[in-house]
Design a protein around this ligand. Sequence first.
Ligand code: GRF
Length: 213
Amino acid sequence: MLKIAVLVSGGGTNLQAILDAIENGVITNARVEAVISNKKDAYALTRAKEHGIRSFAVSPKEYETREAFGEALLSKINEIAPDLIVLAGFLVILPEKLVMQYKNRMINIHPSLIPSFCGPGYYGLKVHEEALARGVKVTGATVHFVDGGCDTGPIIMQKAVEVEQGDTPETLQRRVMEQAEWIILPKTIDMIANGKVQVCDGKVVLEQEAMTK
Ligand code: GRF
């Protein structure tokens, strides 16, 4: 059984999608062991509590330096000892030590088709604003392993979403979540939990039969 730690900063709709997928059997062989937020008032923490999942806030405001916060975050994660870390809207630059220790065991969901609209500064509504400003007709979401860069790690799964006439950043964000993020994040976790994801030469190889599930 894969032990997951989910790291969040906000509303936690992706966390909810994971919890629902575990409950309805879309994800097998995995359980959410703990949820960690960098914000005490993140609604995601309430969702965790409602599901009887341990939840913790590790806030940078409570530490004198970024390094001290990084150490506290790492030690909380190590206490949980997850097999997989899922960044589900976690808006924190991660300590290098954490990234190295969890190489190929930490995934992130990004609300665009990487390498478009990603990298430093591309988070939240900004991603969708830029997609609309460029006039793309298709956008989507990407799940990738986390490496030392910003949105640069090996891509595991992507799903395209059509941009519609009259879209606002908000309507596009919602469609990307509904049609892509809430689907490919649980699907990726299920594949990892069932040994269907491998990294070869910095690229992800998925076991074909699992993709048609
Ligand atoms: C999602 O759009 C995700 O792709 C991005 O942050 C947002 C998190 O939303 N990284 P939620 O907290 O899961 O509702």
